[in-house]
Design a protein around this ligand. Structure first.
Ligand code: IPE
Ligand code: IPE
Ligand code: MG
Length: 244
């Protein structure tokens, strides 16, 4: 795009980036706007980060869009978020296809209103042949619920005689998580300065590099994303071993 900063030369690019998109409400409050206007502005950041991730060669981008706990927000905020979600899913399909992005979703998808669910399935189907970036939206997501559902699924397999308890290890467990098809995130970004996971990908983030910025999500754009990627490129990952 014209006037946009070009991608820096990165010595290594994370294969999977996960993002806790936080701070829409504070962004709106700073401007004396309604919280939902912050969510609307946040959609523009989503579009820009998806495009940029694909451009620099990230293979998986997981965005925490709505948590199970977020259902406890005021009804009007929840319903606006669900409408924004359905609209985003519909409007973005041409752009996702242009950029070869495949859409996926994790979470308790059946908790979403029917209109959002239907649109989600249509958009997933419409982008399913794309081979570039995989964009994974975490919707009605809870890391604890995901782990509990994995345990229930493993118990079912054991009861059916398809699995022996002695075979259960980290690899078997991973295959019962929503994220069974994706590698664990290499980089986690959280905007708006909070130093917490808020129930996001509790199993998968065990060895992920964490980048927290005070920038609020609607202000988190291309340049700031490059800063996070440059920071990641300097990290030395050891996974509990000693460096050679
Ligand atoms: C993140 O922004 C969006 C969602 C959780 C859906 P917030 O709505 O949490 O914004 P703050 O944290 O109140 O500023
Ligand atoms: C985390 O943000 C959830 C999403 C970004 C969807 P929250 O704003 O809900 O988290 P807390 O309340 O600050 O922990
Ligand atoms: Mg928040």
């Amino acid at each position: 795009m014209t006037g946009q900063p070009s991608a820096p030369r990165l010595t290594k690019v994370p294969q999977h980036v996960a993002v806790i998109m936080d701070g829409n409400g504070r962004w709106a409050r700073e401007r004396n706007m309604m919280r939902v206007q912050g969510h609307r502005a946040g959609v523009d950041s989503v579009r820009e980060i998806v495009r940029t991730a694909g451009e620099v060669g990230v293979k998986y981008l997981t965005l925490y869009a709505f948590s199970v706990e977020n259902w406890s927000r005021p009804k009007t905020e929840v319903s606006t978020l669900m409408k924004l979600l359905a609209k985003f899913l519909k409007d973005e399909v041409p752009e996702l296809n242009r950029n070869n992005v495949r859409l996926q979703a994790i979470g308790r998808i059946t908790d979403l209103p029917k209109a959002a669910q239907d649109q989600l399935h249509d958009s997933i189907e419409a982008t399913s042949k794309n081979t570039g970036l995989t964009l994974i939206l975490a919707l009605s997501y809870s890391g604890r619920v995901e782990i509990i559902e994995a345990v229930q699924s493993i118990i079912r397999e054991v009861k059916l005689g398809h699995l022996d308890t002695a075979q259960i290890d980290a690899d078997v467990f991973k295959h019962h998580l929503y994220t069974r098809y994706y590698p664990d995130p290499d980089l986690l970004i959280r905007t708006s300065g909070e130093m917490r996971l808020s129930n996001f990908l509790l199993w998968q983030l065990s060895y992920t590099e964490i980048y927290v910025t005070s920038t609020l999500w609607p202000d988190f754009r291309r340049e700031e994303f490059f800063r996070a990627l440059e920071d990641y490129a300097k990290r030395q990952r050891r996974f509990g071993a000693v460096s050679s």
